[in-house]
Design a protein around this ligand. Structure first.
Ligand code: SAM
Length: 233
């Protein structure tokens, strides 16, 4: 996926997103947001906020800042903010791979159905870790490539079609963990057969530029993924 085509795809999808994909993901987003325990002084960054599906589930305190590439998605999101009187929420058009924020300013980063949309998922994690405070919580909701070899093959096969719809189906979580060095606290699915997963990460700053050379040199063993704890939703 390239950001220029992503913007066009989601500008178009913004007209029917809530009535289609949005309906399918609503319950999953609600569950994932319940793992964000916002205190009144907290700042939450919603990366690729889209039409603002998560807005209904954040508490009405703290600061919610949403960014998205697509003007169309942001238009729908701003409508929700206005109609619901969500004065604690602000959105702006920005590229999540080059965030216009200083280091260490967010307590939570929510990344829902975005990591397999961007051209560089590792860069997205790097940016999320950079702008999040040390020890902040990153909550990632996404489809990750199956660990079942047959299903993974199917996911690779259908990937070109998925790309036309605005996301890729072959992003492997173990690979992302290995390449960014993130520490996964726990992960869960809404139902055992759910194709999507929520991954909860504590910001150890592993993927930021200062830590990156050490990470590359260490070439984390792929078995690191085994350290991940799975918990029931
Ligand atoms: C599948 S939608 C998910 C929207 C929302 N997070 C949700 O779960 O309903 C993906 C969103 O990510 C946005 N997006 C994709 N690449 C982006 C980037 N590099 N920076 C900011 N937003 C991006 C798209 O415009 C789109 O709104």
């Amino acid at each position: 996926m390239q950001e220029s085509s992503t913007r066009i795809i989601y500008d178009f999808q913004s007209f029917f997103y809530d009535a289609t994909f949005g309906k399918l993901v609503r319950r999953r987003i609600a569950k994932a947001v319940s793992h964000i325990n916002v205190r009144p002084t907290d700042r939450v960054l919603d990366l690729g906020i889209g039409t603002g599906m998560a807005l209904d589930f954040y508490p009405r305190h703290g600061r919610i800042i949403g960014v998205d590439l697509s003007r169309g998605m942001l238009r729908q999101c701003r409508k929700k903010i206005e109609q619901r009187g969500l004065v604690h929420a602000t959105v702006l058009q920005a590229d999540a791979l080059h965030l216009p924020f200083a280091d260490d300013c967010f307590d939570y980063v929510f990344i829902s159905h975005v990591i397999s949309v961007v051209s560089d998922p590792c860069r997205l994690i790097t940016e999320a870790q950079r702008v999040a405070k040390p020890g902040a919580r990153l909550v990632v909701v996404n489809h990750f490539q199956s660990t079942n070899r047959f299903i993974a093959m199917v996911e690779k096969f259908v990937c070109p079609l998925c790309t036309k719809l605005g996301w890729r189906s072959d992003l492997a979580l173990a690979d992302l963990i290995r390449r960014t060095g993130v520490e996964v606290d726990y992960r869960f699915k809404l139902e055992s057969l759910d194709l999507f997963e929520t991954v909860v990460i504590t910001n150890n700053k592993s993927a930021t530029s200062a830590a990156r050379p050490a990470l590359d040199a260490a070439a984390l063993p792929s078995g690191q993924a085994a350290a991940v704890h799975e918990v029931a939703a």
